[in-house]
Write a protein that binds this ligand. Structure first.
Ligand code: AMP
Ligand code: GLY
Length: 322
C-alpha cells in the first residue's frame, strides 16, 4: 500500500519535496495500481482531474479504468504506456517509423542474448525489458561485463543495443493524443558516485533547462522523434495522452532516442516544476481533455536544480521474478 496525495493542485506548493507532501495535501493510503480502489476514492471525493504520477499504475491500466468511469486523467492508457513499459515495443515503433535510435536486437533467453552479443562492439548496452524505474540498464564497458549483465538478467525479454556516444538530455513534451508541444528540457546525473563514476541510478540530481539541447536541437527532436511517435500511437488507435519524456543522446548525427518515459522524471520533475508559469492544473486539464492546442505552456527564464541525498547501498539491482 502506498500513500497517494489527493489535493487541489492549485494549493500545492510545487517546491515541496516528497516527504513534505502531507503538509500541503491529504495523503490517503490506497493501492495506486488497483483501478477499483482508485475509482472508489475519486468518486467519493468528486475529483475533477486525476494525475497519475508513476509508471506502475499507468501500465496497470488505472488510466483506462478512470477514463471509462468518465474521469479526466492526465497520463496515458496502458497501451500507450508501453512506450515506457516495454523497451522492445518502443524500439520496434522507432524502426517502423524511421525514428532515430540505437541499433538493437530483441531476445527472450540468456542463450539468445549471448549469441546476439557477438554482433555488437564494445561498449554495448543490455536492457532488461520491463519496468525498472530507470535501473534495469547496464552500459557494459567490456565483453565480460556484458555477459555478466545478461546472466544476471536471466531468461526473459531483453534488448541489446549499440552504444551511442554524446551528451544526454531529456525533453519533456505534453501530448494530448493529437497535439504534442515541448514543455521543458532537463539533464539528470545518473551515476551514483562523485565525478560521474559507479553504476547508473534513477538519477542523483537534475537541472532544468539543459542548455546542450539548443532550440534547434529541440525542434529536431520534436520533428524527428516526439511528433512521429505521437502520430504513430494515434494511428494505431492507442493515442498517448500525458507527458512524454524523451531521453535523448545528442550524437554527431543529431538527437537519437534512448528511451521514453510516460511520466515526469524523478528527480527531473523537481527541477522543472518551479519554472512552470501559469496555472499548472489548467495545463494538465487541457492535456487530459484534448485541448492542448489552446494551451501555451511557458517556462520562466530561470534555472533550477535538485540534488538527491541517498542511502549508500543504491542502486539496488531489481530482481527479475521468474
Ligand atoms: P534507459 O533506462 O534506457 O534510459 O537507460 C539508462 C541510461 O543508460 C541512459 O540514460 C544512458 O545513460 C544509458 N544508455 C541507455 N542506452 C544507451 C545507449 N544505446 N548508448 C549509450 N548509453 C545508453
Ligand atoms: N530520472 C530518470 C527517470 O525518472 O526515469
Amino acid at each position: 500500500m502506498a500513500a497517494e496525495a489527493i489535493a487541489d493542485l492549485r494549493n500545492v506548493d510545487r517546491r515541496a519535496g516528497k516527504s513534505g507532501i502531507a503538509r500541503w495535501a491529504e495523503c490517503v493510503p490506497v493501492d495506486p495500481c488497483d483501478p477499483a480502489a482508485v475509482i472508489a476514492l475519486a468518486e467519493g471525493r468528486a475529483i475533477d482531474l486525476v494525475v497519475i504520477g508513476p509508471e506502475a499504475p499507468l501500465v496497470a491500466g488505472v488510466g483506462d479504468a478512470l477514463r471509462n468511469a468518465r474521469f479526466a486523467v492526465f497520463g496515458p492508457n496502458a497501451a500507450a504506456a508501453q512506450l515506457e513499459g516495454s523497451k522492445g515495443f518502443t524500439k520496434d515503433l522507432c524502426a517502423a517509423n524511421a525514428i532515430p535510435t540505437a541499433g538493437y536486437v530483441r531476445v527472450e533467453t540468456v542463450a539468445a542474448a549471448h549469441d546476439a552479443l557477438k554482433g555488437f562492439g564494445i561498449p554495448v548496452v543490455i536492457k532488461a525489458d520491463g519496468l525498472a524505474a530507470g535501473k534495469g540498464v547496464t552500459v557494459a564497458m567490456s565483453r565480460e561485463e556484458a555477459e555478466a549483465a545478461i546472466d544476471a538478467a536471466g531468461d526473459g525479454p531483453m534488448v541489446i543495443e549499440e552504444f551511442l556516444s554524446g551528451e544526454e538530455a531529456s525533453l519533456f513534451a505534453l501530448v494530448d493524443g493529437v497535439t504534442a508541444v515541448p514543455l521543458a528540457s532537463a539533464q539528470d546525473h545518473k551515476r551514483v558516485g562523485e565525478g560521474d563514476t559507479g553504476p547508473n541510478t534513477g538519477g542523483m540530481g537534475a537541472y532544468c533547462p539543459a542548455p546542450v539541447l539548443t532550440a534547434e536541437l529541440q525542434q529536431r527532436a520534436m520533428d524527428e522523434i516526439v511528433i512521429p511517435t505521437a502520430k504513430a500511437m494515434a494511428d494505431a488507435g492507442t493515442p498517448f495522452s500525458g507527458v512524454l519524456y524523451a531521453g535523448l543522446m545528442l550524437t554527431a548525427d543529431g538527437p537519437k532516442l534512448i528511451e521514453y518515459n510516460a511520466r515526469f522524471g524523478d528527480p527531473e520533475c523537481e527541477a522543472i516544476m518551479p519554472l512552470i508559469e501559469g496555472d499548472f492544473a489548467e495545463l494538465l486539464l487541457a492535456v487530459a481533455t484534448g485541448r492542448l492546442g489552446e494551451a501555451h505552456p511557458k517556462l520562466s527564464a530561470n534555472h533550477s536544480m535538485t540534488i538527491i541525498v541517498a542511502a549508500q547501498a543504491i542502486p539496488v539491482r531489481p530482481r527479475r521474478v521468474a
